[in-house]
Design a protein around this ligand. Structure first.
Ligand code: FES
Length: 92
């Protein structure tokens, strides 16, 4: 293995998992659109933060689920209205 140099200091994980078995999932709660808008918004104000799609974070009923690392700050029922607060936390 090698060490990878990166400009990123933080990660924001947005669960975009889709369940096809009828159970609740983040994709059904708009997380794909949420990811795109959050990524675009953070690119402008915090280029050191990488916003990535994640698989299931095992908080499905609370979705859409977003995690800010390394703070290990977990958020549920996230909507586009919460983007300013996530930006604030990720920019600290
Ligand atoms: S589907 Fe998003 S946490 Fe499980």
């Amino acid at each position: 293995m090698i060490t990878v140099e990166t400009k990123y200091r933080k990660l924001v994980l947005v669960c975009t998992n889709c369940r096809d078995d009828g159970r609740e999932c983040c994709m059904a709660k708009g997380s794909v659109e949420l990811h795109a808008k959050l990524k675009e918004a953070l690119k402008e104000v915090a280029p050191h933060v990488r916003v990535v799609k994640s698989g299931c974070l095992n908080a499905c009923s609370a979705g859409a689920t977003v995690v800010v690392m390394p703070e290990n700050a977990w958020f549920g029922q996230v909507t586009e209205e919460d983007i300013p607060e996530i930006i604030r936390i990720a920019s600290l």
